[in-house]
Design a binder for this molecule. Structure first.
Ligand code: AMP
Ligand code: MG
Length: 274
């Protein structure tokens, strides 16, 4: 039996203030979408429904949806965008990838580039990495003083509260893969010529810091899962399961938002097209 989306959601959502160590969360997630064929069919159906809902969101033009994707290298952030939004027209969905900040970006506060990329009313915006890098890679690699990073958790919560009170619904997904799955995915990037371009020797440096990243993620999940913007930890060792879960939650959230087509202040019969 398929679980309803909100039942799936309640299994992956982190309650506000809960201690939620990744170690206790299974990256396989067999109990969520046990069947592959079913999960793949559900993802296609969800992607189509998301497109229809996006059309209504755009017509209504009062609210936006922000989807934040975080996860260690190879966790499947790009693949998620490709499968969850592949039915959505390019006009309604904006995708922003956050890499190492430019000189100009570093000359501003760390939320500057992020705020500028928040979707406008009517849009779905997807962040491939996000402001969370400023408490993840920055913390793990010591790119800013510890006290600076420490202050950011509350700043991020305040920023997200501000957005949510201004018409932006926020969905945050942490794509959770096992260290062994990452080994296999990195190996594929070396073995398969068409994947060579994805290999970045720097990823091995981050892999060597695996335990530090887990700790940094644990701090994020514990401190930045709020009522207005909770984290979801998605079992992501199986790509098809990850896609099914995320597409179900995006679809369910949009259905709950229930955007509506505006009512015109004229009647179609008022006009005659000659
Ligand atoms: P990729 O997502 O594989 O294109 O890699 C982007 C890289 O940019 C990753 O190694 C991130 O850790 C890094 N990155 C993203 N945001 C920041 C940031 N605020 N400070 C430093 N590095 C960052
Ligand atoms: Mg990378």
């Amino acid at each position: 039996m398929t679980k309803a989306w909100n039942e799936i959601d309640s299994l992956v959502r982190i309650a506000s203030g809960a201690k939620a160590p990744l170690e206790k969360r299974d990256p396989a997630g067999d109990d969520l979408f046990p069947d592959r064929a079913h999960a793949e069919a559900a993802t296609v159906e969800n992607a189509k429904a998301i497109d229809k809902l996006q059309d209504r969101l755009w017509a209504e033009r009062k609210r936006a949806l922000l989807v934040v994707l975080q996860g260690i290298d190879t966790s499947g952030k790009d693949g998620t965008v490709r499968s969850v939004f592949n039915q959505s027209g390019p006009l309604g969905v904006s995708v922003t990838a956050f890499g190492r900040p430019s000189e100009e970006e570093l000359a501003h506060d760390y939320l500057w580039r992020v705020h500028a990329a928040v979707p406008k009313k009517g849009m779905i915006g997807v962040f491939n990495r996000s402001h969370y890098e400023d408490v993840l890679v920055v913390k793990v690699r010591g790119l800013a003083p510890a006290e600076t990073v420490e202050r950011r958790y509350e700043q991020v919560n305040a920023f997200e509260k501000h957005l949510s009170e201004n018409g932006v619904t926020i969905l945050k997904f942490m794509l959770h893969i096992s260290k062994d799955e990452q080994r296999q995915r990195l190996q594929e990037r070396l073995d398969e010529p068409e994947k060579n371009w994805k290999f970045n020797p720097g990823d091995l440096e981050d892999r060597a810091l695996w335990d530090e990243y887990v700790k940094a993620y644990d701090a994020v999940l514990e401190r930045c899962s709020t009522a207005h913007a909770p984290w979801r930890v998605i079992p992501a060792d199986k790509k098809w399961r990850r896609n099914a879960i995320i597409s179900a939650i995006v679809r369910g959230t949009l259905e709950e938002m229930n955007p509506s087509y505006p009512k015109p202040d004229w009647k179609p019969t008022d006009f005659k097209i000659v």
